[in-house]
Design a protein around this ligand. Structure first.
Ligand code: PPY
Length: 412
C-alpha cells in the first residue's frame, strides 16, 4: 500500500463531557455571521430587522422562534423520525462557549454557508465572534494566513472516520498555530423543501463527511448521493433551486435557518458522532495559558521510515516522562502509488518548515506522525520529550499548545 495511515483515535471514553451547563441554544448562535460577506463566495443577506435572511423570503432568522425543529411550536417536529432508532443522546454538555474564551471582536473563517457545523463550532468556541463563510477549507486558512480574519476553524477528526487527512494536509502547509480545540456532537437530519415527503426523495446532497457518516441510513433509503461543499450549502442549494426530489443532510439549525422540513433525525450510522475542530491563528499564539491549566500540545514528526521502530521510540520519549498521548496518527507513503489515506494518497506530506532561518520552506516527507500530548509545550517534560525525538527524527514542528477541552458541545 502506498499511503497508509493508522491511528489511535479519540473515542468515546476520551470525550466524556465535564460540564453540565445548559443555555438556550438559540442564544448561543447569534446572527453575526450575516453581517459579513463571505471570503470566497458564500455570503448572507441581512434583513431590515437585523436578522439573517437567506435567499429572500425572510421567514426565519437565525434566532427565529417559529421554526424550532426540536423545540416547541414546530409543525415539522411531528413528521420527523429517528432513522437509527434511539439516536438522540442526551449529553450533559454546554452550548454556551468553551473554556471561557470571549470571541467579541474576533473574525473567524469557516468553510461552508451560514448554518454549517463548523460555524456552530466557531460560535461555541468563541462566543460572540463574527463568523466568515468561505467556499473551501483552503480559503478559510488562506484568510487567516493573509490577515483577513483572526482565526480559522478546521474539523480535523471524527469518532466515525478518524483523522481528516485532507485538512491536516492543509494545516501543515501554512504557518499557523493551534490555539483551541473544540469537540462537537454532530447530529444529522434529513431536510427537504416544505411539503416534500420522504418517499419523494431520489437524491441526497451534503458534505462528503456527512454522506459517509450516514452511509447505512442512505443505503436503506435507496437514494443517490451527491457530495457538495458543505452541509448548509446543500440546504441553501435545495432552497434556492426549489429542488423537490432532493434532500440534504444538515443540522436541525440549518433547517430552521433556511426554513426547510426535517424528514428524519439521527441519520448518522453511529449514535456517538463527535467531530473535533481546531481553531487556528497566525503565530505567535495569542493565547496565554494559565500555569495550572490542563494543556495539550500538537506536533508533527517527520522521520526516515523503514520500520515501526520510530513509533516505539516516540512512545517511549513520552511514556518515560509519564506524558499521556491523546492522538497518534502514523502516515507512511512508501512508493508514490495510490492507496488509502485520503487526499494525499500517493503523495508525501507537505509541511511548511518555519524553523530554518530565512523564508519558510515547504518540504516533502513520506513518513510522518501526528502527535497530540498532554502538557504545555513549555513544560520541561514535554520539551525534553521533543528534544529526545529530535535526535532520531528528521524534523519536528510544534503545531500549537492550547487548553485541553474534553467537553463535547451539542447543537441541541
Ligand atoms: O459541512 C459542514 O457543515 C461543515 O462544517 C463540515 C462538517 C461536515 C460534517 C461534520 C462536521 C463538519
Amino acid at each position: 500500500m502506498a499511503y497508509t495511515s493508522s491511528s489511535l483515535h479519540l473515542h468515546k471514553h476520551l470525550l466524556l463531557p465535564k460540564t453540565t451547563r445548559h443555555t438556550n441554544p438559540s442564544s448561543s448562535f447569534v446572527p453575526v455571521a450575516a453581517k459579513i460577506n463571505g471570503v470566497n463566495g458564500h455570503s448572507s443577506k441581512k434583513a431590515p430587522n437585523g436578522k439573517v435572511q437567506i435567499n429572500g423570503d425572510g421567514k426565519k432568522g437565525v434566532s427565529g422562534k417559529g421554526g424550532a425543529v426540536n423545540g416547541s411550536g414546530s409543525g415539522r417536529k411531528a413528521a420527523a423520525q429517528h432513522i437509527n432508532g434511539n439516536d438522540r443522546i442526551h449529553l450533559s454538555v454546554s452550548t454556551g462557549g468553551a473554556g471561557g474564551q470571549d470571541g467579541f471582536g474576533l473574525r473567524v473563517a469557516f468553510q461552508g454557508a451560514p448554518g454549517a457545523y463548523s460555524e456552530f463550532a466557531a460560535k461555541t468556541a468563541l462566543p460572540g465572534c463574527d463568523t466568515v463563510p468561505c467556499r473551501a477549507f483552503a480559503d478559510a486558512l488562506a484568510a487567516v494566513d493573509g490577515g483577513a480574519v483572526d482565526r480559522a476553524i478546521l474539523p480535523v477528526e471524527s469518532t466515525m472516520e478518524g483523522t481528516a487527512l485532507r485538512n491536516y494536509d492543509l494545516l501543515l502547509r501554512h504557518d499557523l498555530v493551534v490555539v483551541q480545540e473544540i469537540n462537537l456532537f454532530v447530529h444529522y437530519c434529513l431536510l427537504a423543501m416544505p411539503g416534500v415527503r420522504a418517499a419523494e426523495v431520489r437524491r441526497v446532497i451534503s458534505h462528503p463527511m456527512a454522506l459517509a457518516h450516514c452511509g447505512r441510513a442512505l443505503a436503506r433509503l435507496g437514494v443517490d448521493r451527491e457530495p457538495v461543499e458543505d452541509t448548509a450549502g446543500a440546504v441553501e442549494m435545495l432552497r434556492s433551486n426549489r429542488m423537490l426530489d432532493t434532500a440534504a443532510i444538515a443540522s436541525p439549525r440549518a433547517a430552521d435557518l433556511y426554513g426547510l422540513d426535517v424528514l428524519a433525525h439521527g441519520l448518522q450510522d453511529e449514535s456517538w458522532n463527535v467531530t473535533r475542530f481546531l481553531l487556528l491563528s497566525k503565530p505567535p499564539s495569542p493565547v496565554t495559558l494559565p500555569m495550572d491549566a490542563d494543556a495539550k500540545t500538537s506536533m508533527v514528526v517527520a522521520h526516515r521510515g523503514g520500520s515501526m521502530m520510530v513509533v516505539l521510540k516516540v512512545l517511549s520519549a513520552f511514556s518515560s516522562r509519564n506524558i499521556n498521548l491523546t492522538k497518534l496518527e502514523v502516515i507512511n507513503n512508501n512508493d508514490g502509488g495510490g492507496g488509502g489515506g485520503g487526499a494525499a494518497a500517493g503523495h508525501p506530506v507537505m509541511i511548511l518548515d518555519t524553523s530554518a532561518r530565512g523564508a519558510p520552506t515547504l518540504r516533502a516527507f513520506p513518513h510522518v506522525l501526528y502527535v497530540d500530548c498532554e502538557g504545555a509545550s513549555h513544560d520541561p517534560r514535554v520539551l525534553d520529550a521533543i528534544k529526545e525525538i529530535e535526535r532520531f527524527a528528521v524534523f519536528v514542528r510544534v503545531l500549537g499548545c492550547y487548553a485541553a477541552d474534553s467537553n463535547v458541545y451539542d447543537l441541541q
